[in-house]
Each structure stands twice: as C-alpha cells, then as structure tokens.
Write a protein that binds this ligand. Structure first.
Ligand code: 1HN
Length: 359
C-alpha cells in the first residue's frame, strides 16, 4: 500500500469515528465468536463462608423500606464489579431473623426462591400467602406484589434467583413500593391458595423442550415432598447417574417463568454425570449431598448450601460422593423463545450429540 493510500485510509477511520460510525470489518471477530465467551467465570460460594456473614448481617442490619431486603448477592468476579452471578442471572442468599418482615413491593424482574433452612416464613404473592419449608420453590413473577414474613422464632435462609440482568439489558426495570396501609400485604385467612387450586402436575421428567409460555405458572409454590417423591420414582426406572425434574406450569407444561427455568438434578451416590455444555447461564444450589463438579476443567467440591455458577457453554459434569440434589436455575426459556438454544453432550453413555432446538 502506498503512503498516500495509508493516509487516506487513516483519514477514513478518523472521519468515521468523528461522526460515530464504526466499520464492522474491524470488529467482526470480536463480535461473532465461534461459540459464547461469557465474561462470568465458573465460581463457587460455600455455605461455610456465607452463613456466618449472613448471621452477622442479621445482627447488624435491619430489614427496612429503602434497602428492602437482607440479601447477599453472588458477585461473579468475571463481571467487573456487577452484582450478578452471571451475565443474565441474579443469584443470592437472603435471610430473615425471628419475627422479622421484609416490606411488600413489586418490580419488572421476575424472581424465584428456593428454601434452604428454617421454618415459619411465608411469602405473600399478590395476596396469596405461600408457606416456605426447606426444599420448596416459591415464585414471585414479574410485577407481582411480594413480601416475606417470618412468623416464627428461627432464622430463615433461602436462595433468590432473578432475571434482573436481562430486564436491565432490555432497559425495562420498573420498581414500586407497596402503597399500604402497612408495609405488608394483608395476611389472608387461608394460606397457599394457588397450591389448593392446582393439585398434581407441575413436575416434568427431564428439562422442558416443548411448550413456551409468555405467562407465568399459576401455581406459586412447589413442595419438596412432591419433588423428592417424583425424583425417587424416576430414579428407580434406570441406572442413569443423573435424574432431572423441571418445575413447570401445571396447565401448559412450560417452564415456571417466561424467562427462568428451575429444576432439580439428582446425582446418584458414587456416580458421575456425562459432561454437557449448554447455551445460557446456570446457577446451581446444593440442597443435599456432597460431591464435586468439573466446570471447564476446574473442579469445585461442594456440600449443602453451596452455590456455584456454570457459565454459558462451559462443559459441566457432576460427581456425587453420596446421593445429591442440585437445584438448577437457568435462563433457557429465553434462549428457547429466541430459537437459539443449543446443547452438547460431550461423552458418556449417549453418543456425542449436538442439539439445536429452533422454535
Ligand atoms: C427482591 O425483590 C428480592 O423480594 C430479593 O425478596 C432479591 C434482588 C434484586 C432485586 C430485587 C425479594 C432481589 C430483589
């Protein structure tokens, strides 16, 4: 190239920049990577680390209007200080002390709660008080009023998962405090209305790959006793290392929220699951059992109450020293709705598979 051509080209780039135009050919390879390159890294937060800190927060920090919740967010060290577990998912440990309540509010991000420990707490969702016991899943869908009340004398700990980073990326965050009277919604005479209206159903063997639904499940609480019974029934049918149950809308069979999938993966004691990678992020909460997971060649040992992140397209395999139940939150419904979901099984009893699932 001649010097004058060079100069003209330099001039072109300068002139483009001056009027806020960017030539794609200079950034194609950073935009269109052959596969996802999430900024979030595989990471684990242990219960042993989190619980004493949560207890100190219970002692020192009241739950009040403004701060709204006593929540410790999983801040993925790959995300440059953003308080997110992964680029698309909020994950956190929330706690309430004896007789404490968190004020009612509503917002555009949708949320789920998976209960780890404690008793006597209920979350009221649009007037329906949902009792919370260990292992239960409670939904607080987008724009639903919700508050948490600890009517008992024990500390309560649960996992919060939200689609907040996605709603933020869409520039669609709305938040509103409950107008009252009082900070909580009135307590209804009878709790668990949605549960009484929907008995049976709502637990799908494997992950949902059929129905999509822009509405949330009308069932707001899924009981651990039902989940455990279904996992036990399914695990007895084969010798697979992994048994999966996804929580679903009992009417349509879709994932519980339009944006979020919730499932429990039961790993057989002494077994190891085949490595899988999936488009989309996941947060895993260990409910019961001990073992380890290898995520992109890095090994994480875990036990009850530990939480870890499996970033998009990271290969993951789980091994259980004793039977383990892993609660798994993912953004799969969003990818499925967009027709871009993809997963690969990399080895194991099945042949290597590459599944694209267009809508
Ligand atoms: C929220 O409203 C709750 O209601 C928990 O318990 C965690 C994280 C970010 C934004 C809102 C709750 C949250 C949250």
């Amino acid at each position: 190239m001649t010097a004058s051509a060079d100069t003209e080209l330099d001039e072109l780039y300068r002139d483009l920049d001056a009027v806020d135009l960017r030539p794609l050919w200079t950034i194609t390879e950073q935009l269109l990577t052959p596969a996802p390159r999430p900024r979030a890294v595989p990471w684990l937060w242990s219960a042993e680390t989190m619980k004493p800190l949560a207890r100190r927060a219970i002692r020192l920090v009241p739950v009040e209007r403004g701060g709204e919740r006593r929540v410790l967010s999983l801040q993925n060290p790959g995300l440059g200080g953003l308080p997110y577990a992964a680029g698309t998912l909020w994950g956190a440990l929330q706690c309430l002390g004896p007789r404490e309540s968190a004020p009612a509010h509503r917002h555009s991000p949708g949320a789920i709660r998976f209960v780890l420990e404690g008793s006597g707490v209920w979350t009221t969702v649009d007037g329906d008080a949902c009792d919370m016991h260990p292992g239960d899943l409670v939904l607080t869908p987008a724009y639903a009023w919700h508050d948490h009340v600890n009517g008992g004398d024990s500390e309560m700990f649960w996992f919060d998962g939200l689609d907040l980073p996605v709603v933020e990326a869409l520039d669609a965050i709305f938040f509103e405090g409950y107008p009252g009277p009082g900070e909580q919604q009135p307590e209804p005479a009878e709790h668990n209305r949605s549960e009484r209206a929907h008995t049976g159903g709502g637990l799908h063997a494997g992950h949902v790959d059929g129905p999509l639904d822009p509405a949330h499940s009308p069932l707001l609480v899924y009981r651990w006793t039902d989940t455990d019974a279904r996992l036990t029934e399914l695990a007895a049918l084969d010798d697979d290392p992994l048994t999966v149950v996804e929580f679903t809308n009992p009417v349509t069979g879709a994932s519980v929220l339009p944006t979020l999938s919730c499932a429990v993966h039961r790993v057989r004691g002494g077994a190891r699951s085949a490595p899988v990678r999936r488009a989309g992020n996941a947060v895993v909460v260990v409910y019961r059992g001990r073992g380890s997971s290898v995520i992109d060649q890095k090994r994480f040992d875990w036990g009850p109450g530990d939480m870890f992140v499996v970033p998009s397209w990271s290969a993951v395999e789980h091994a259980a020293d004793e039977q383990a139940d892993l609660f798994v939150l993912s953004d799969a419904p969003i990818l499925r709705a967009l027709g871009i979901y993809r997963e690969q099984t990399l080895a194991g009893p099945q042949a290597v598979t590459d599944r694209f699932t267009p809508r």
